[in-house]
Design a protein around this ligand. Structure first.
Ligand SMILES: Cc1ncc(COP(=O)(O)O)c(C=O)c1O
Length: 405
């Protein structure tokens, strides 16, 4: 497909998103918007599949195979092959399974190295696993990225890192960190929450051991849509620490003893949410025919345009940008450090510029190649400049905290 064909395809996809008129949606890094084809598919699954076929739907509509089928849809976006990815559970639970499997593979090593500023769930999960296994089997070392870059991995069982940092939008050097850890015998588990759908992590090319992610951000699967788990074929013999009947070799034999399925299927646990998975599947179908390189180029074009527009405006040119300017170190968001970040984010939202805030002072602007346009950037930067110049954000209504920021 030529570049022009790809651009046309992107324009067609963009036209199908149900973004409310007037809104500039720069929060696809948190929750992707609804696409018309996803809505239609969910309605069909509810009305025509569940509503009509009832329990027969598990067979007639192959609901039972959804974790594998949707995992296979994800594989090309991750640089993986069919049979290497499952769409199931959520990122946190999949991380528990991945870390536990990595510890088993690398026994008697017992050290999990993680980044101190990792997304909190990643460290809660590692700590929880360490508590469960006890210090003779596992302990967690939370370090800075600089310390990790200097580390001798010779006693490390597994390194757990985010490909793109959720606060700063910094992209980590996945190939070199993976090679560094593996050269001393450690395994690596990558959290792809902020990279899936906007860049190619190249899991096979870079010999990644395991990876986890979610489908509700740049993959537009819907609020709380399922997570995913990648396990390289060489590790697919490992134990699933949460063994359930869906990962059994013969589910409907209802054997009292657990026998794991062959290959990736063993990492399933319980019954999938068919409706949520149907939404994720329809959302992933939008990526058919779009190359991951096109997505990455478009993402960088958008964040470049945003950074340039900030630099061009007197009211925004001196703002502290936490996101690296070098392309290879940039994810698909730009994070600004603003001392009044929370009220400023609220003032932007009040003007229909949808962004989000992360403690203590970070406003995140996410750029989604499937639906953002340069005109979104112009509106966002001029609204931000106006809000800063007018100091409207100091008004009390912008200080009210809601549960989700
Ligand atoms: C980087 C990162 N890791 C993990 C999570 C948690 O994922 P989940 O709640 O789907 O388990 C998130 C959620 O936003 C995230 O951004």
């Amino acid at each position: 497909m030529t570049v022009a064909d790809q651009a046309r395809l992107l324009a067609d996809i963009r036209a199908g998103f149900d973004i409310p008129p007037g809104k500039v949606y720069l929060d696809g890094n948190s929750l992707g918007p609804l696409h018309g084809s996803v809505k239609a598919h969910v309605l069909a699954v509810v009305g025509e599949q569940w509503g009509t076929d009832l329990i027969a739907g598990w067979n007639t509509h192959q609901w039972i195979d959804l974790p594998v089928v949707v995992g296979d849809q994800l594989a090309p976006l991750l640089g993986a092959q069919p049979g290497e990815v499952l769409c199931c559970d959520n990122l946190s639970i999949n991380l528990f399974k991945a870390l536990a499997a990595a510890l088993e593979i690398n026994a008697p090593r017992r050290r999990i190295v993680t980044e101190a500023t990792h997304f909190p769930t990643d460290n809660y999960i590692a700590d929880g696993l360490a508590r469960l296994l006890g210090p003779n089997r596992c302990y967690v070392d939370a370090l800075s990225l600089e310390q990790i870059a200097q580390l001798d991995f010779s006693d490390v069982a597994v390194l757990s890192l985010s490909h793109v940092d959720f606060k700063t939008g910094e992209r980590r050097d996945l190939p070199s960190l993976t090679a560094q850890a593996q050269s001393a015998g450690a395994l690596v588990v990558w959290d792809l929450a902020h990279s899936a759908g906007v860049m190619n992590p190249g899991l096979n090319d870079h010999h990644v051991d395991m990876a986890v992610g979610c489908t509700y951000k740049f993959l537009n699967g819907g609020p709380g849509s399922p997570g995913f788990l990648y396990v390289a074929p060489r590790h697919q013999y490992a134990t699933n620490a949460i063994p359930g009947w869906m990962g059994h070799a013969d589910r409907f034999a209802f054997e009292s003893a657990y026998r794991p399925a062959k290959g990736m299927g063993r990492f399933l646990t319980g019954t999938q949410s068919v409706i949520a998975m149907a939404a994720a599947s329809a959302a992933l179908a939008l990526f058919d025919g779009i190359s991951v390189d096109t997505l990455r180029q478009r993402s960088l074009q958008l964040s470049d345009a945003f950074i340039a527009a900030l630099a061009a405006h007197p009211a925004t040119r001196d703002l502290a940008c936490l996101t690296p300017l070098q392309h290879e170190q940039r994810g698909s968001q730009v994070s600004l450090r603003l001392s009044d970040g929370f009220p400023i984010s609220q003032a932007l939202i009040a003007r229909d510029i949808i962004v989000d805030f992360r403690e203590p002072d970070i406003v995140r602007f996410g750029f989604a190649p499937l639906f953002n346009l340069e005109s979104d950037i112009d509106r966002a930067v001029s609204a931000l400049a106006d809000i800063l110049a007018s100091r409207v954000y100091t008004e009390p209504q912008f200080r009210t905290r809601t549960t989700v920021t």
